[in-house]
Design a protein around this ligand. Structure first.
Ligand code: UDP
Length: 325
């Protein structure tokens, strides 16, 4: 039996594949390499270049590799791009997921884990966010994720597929063993950018917005180490194998850090000031996003092991250093 990982050549997916292999699981990766990198896929995992929404291909892979569970990372993730090209996002994220889910139902695959996002919640929702807070995604990207959650909920009610949707908060850092990391050169995420600035590859870090209603005026996020996020998927997989019902979980630490706090954290690691520039708010950025992780902690016994900004920053820096070296 094996686990099918779509998007397994991407940032989070490639960490997932290593984690599965580390505990002896057989893995098959399906990735179209649009943003993924072949070299990030763990040696030993079967690799197929193709679309997660290619139902015929997926059905063949399920049969050939005796797939018992699917972990679905493949998709487009850039919010402003989704605003400019909504139909591409609905095709790539919703239509492709629909085909993948249908292939699973037809083939009798019983377990499905889906990468969702903290941006499904309403901007006015109460922080820290419990899973029950109102949903009102504002970008096509976030809507495409919530639509897929709904497809999974409806499908699991009607068919034998049990699904877990994990709503990621701000994922950062890299594999502690240095085997994979965030490799998209144009990545816009704060800790990735800060690492690029720290290494002198980018002249300065923009602080997007200093007039938010937060203690120091900058945006607050719940930054979570990619290894802890991947561990949540392993627990979800174990729970589904043991017969757990479908569920949705927030995955974040439950504490917020402002942009300035992250900057100070990076400065502490590198031992010198980070060149920053105060810039206007970025369109669509909410002031605060913090997880209430109570549900995943009690239901899946998820216990963060890398809840430490310095560790996250060090691993991101280490990976970044190796990238263009
Ligand atoms: N941010 C920033 N400068 C950057 C990138 C991000 O000030 O170069 C801020 C952004 O406005 C937000 C936080 O850092 O408050 C996290 O942004 P990121 O893009 O990492 O993740 P998002 O929360 O948008 O998914």
């Amino acid at each position: 039996m094996s686990i099918l990982v779509t998007g397994g050549a991407g940032y989070i997916g490639s960490h997932m594949v290593y984690a599965l292999q580390d505990r002896g699981e057989a893995v098959v990766v399906l990735d179209n390499l649009s943003t993924g990198v072949r070299g990030l896929v763990a040696p030993g995992a079967a690799f197929v270049e193709g679309e997660a929404g290619d139902a015929a291909l997926v059905r063949r892979l399920i049969a050939e590799h005796r797939v018992e569970a699917v972990i679905h990372f493949a998709g487009s993730i850039v919010v402003p791009e989704s605003v400019a090209q909504p139909l591409r996002y609905y095709a790539n994220n919703v239509v492709a997921s629909r085909a993948l889910i249908e292939a699973c139902v037809h083939a009798g695959v019983g377990a499905f884990i889906f990468s969702s996002t903290a941006t499904v919640y309403a901007v006015e929702a109460k922080q820290p966010l419990s899973e029950e807070e109102p949903k009102a995604p504002i970008s096509p990207y976030a809507r495409s994720k919530l639509m897929t959650e709904w497809m999974l909920e409806d499908t699991s009610r009607a068919h034998g597929l049990r699904a877990m949707s994990l709503r990621y908060f701000n994922v950062a850092g890299a594999d502690p063993q240095g085997r994979t990391g965030q490799s998209t050169p144009q990545a816009t995420h704060l800790i990735k950018r800060a690492a690029q600035v720290a290494l002198g590859r980018v002249p300065h870090l923009d602080i997007f917005g200093t007039d938010y209603p937060t203690p120091d005026g900058t945006g607050i996020r719940d930054y979570i180490h990619v290894s802890d996020l991947v561990a949540a998927h392993l627990l979800a997989l174990d729970a589904l194998r043991a017969g757990a019902e479908s569920a949705t979980y927030n995955v974040g630490y439950g504490r917020g850090l402002s942009v300035r706090e992250v900057v100070r954290g990076v400065e502490a690691v590198i031992g010198r000031p980070l060149p920053v520039r105060e810039s206007p708010r970025r369109a669509g950025d909410p002031p605060v996003l913090i997880s209430d992780p109570s549900r995943i902690k009690s239901a899946l016994n998820w216990q963060p092991r890398h809840d430490d900004l310095a560790e996250i920053v060090r691993s991101a820096l280490e990976w970044e250093r190796g990238l263009n070296a």
